[in-house]
Design a binder for this molecule. Structure first.
Ligand SMILES: Nc1ncnc2c1ncn2[C@@H]1O[C@H](COP(=O)(O)OP(=O)(O)OP(=O)(O)O)[C@@H](O)[C@H]1O
Length: 218
């Protein structure tokens, strides 16, 4: 059974339908990149899967459970425990240290596990930066905090929205390799969206979002 199954998922902003995905599935442990132009609805699609946005219609099954069938609290818990999210702009909390940023993500999921947070931060090369604040880090280092945070709750699925869009080519290549390695090491599937052929070219499995999405984006 796939880890994630999407059926007839749709979302409109006012009169504009931006997502209309009849079918999409992702196997446990898979690493898939979705190729899509800017404005094609990729972010909206990931937000629907992550529960950041509610769909107008459709069905999402995650780890064998249909999310709409769950109550709000159970749905939030399932998502917090199953999904990690890497945002393009990282979304780190500026008033909190590197370690606190990772631990705060855990507080909404399986509970704070300092040893695991520290191990993840060491794994991404930030073992000596635990007490630093995001503004004291380079962009690439901030991105690595976001990677550690995404994996903090031992998710089965990591969603990544143009995660290297703010990095230069060399850093982007290294960052992507790191994301793929830590997902693999932690048994998480990876669903990444990008328009960057340099990023997409590093994936064996690439799907065109335009072929999945039947919505005619304005
Ligand atoms: N909250 C919103 N209200 C109204 N329209 C929105 C909203 N969010 C996104 N849109 C519109 O929906 C379309 C898809 O946006 P989305 O962010 O999902 O695309 P994207 O493929 O991720 O683009 P990008 O790569 O530039 O982030 C765009 O036309 C955008 O202007």
């Amino acid at each position: 059974m796939p880890l994630l199954t999407v059926q007839n998922l749709s979302k409109a902003y006012g009169p504009h339908r931006v997502v209309d995905v009849p079918a999409f599935a992702l196997e446990a442990g898979a690493q898939v990149a979705l190729r899509g132009e800017s404005g094609s609805g990729k972010t909206t699609f990931l937000h629907l899967i992550a529960g950041i946005l509610a769909p107008d219609a459709g069905r999402i099954e995650l780890a064998g459970r249909e999310v709409a069938a769950l109550g709000e609290a159970a749905r939030d818990r399932l998502r917090a425990e199953t999904i990690g999210y890497i945002f393009q702009t990282f979304n780190l909390l500026q008033g909190h240290t590197v370690l606190e940023n990772v631990e705060l993500g855990m507080a909404f999921g399986r509970g704070v596990d300092r040893a695991h947070a520290e191990a993840l931060l060491k794994r991404v090369g930030l073992g000596d930066k635990l007490g630093h604040y995001p503004r004291q880090l380079s962009t690439g280092q901030q991105q690595r905090v976001a990677v550690a945070r995404a994996l903090a709750n031992r998710p089965k699925l990591v969603l990544a929205d143009e995660p290297t869009g703010n990095l230069d080519t060399r850093n982007s290549r290294e960052a992507l390799a790191l994301i793929r390695e830590v997902c693999r090491e932690n048994g998480a599937a990876l669903l990444l969206v990008s328009h960057d052929e340099g990023v997409l070219g590093q994936f064996e499995q690439v799907q065109d979002f335009a072929a999945l999405n039947q919505a005619s984006v304005p």
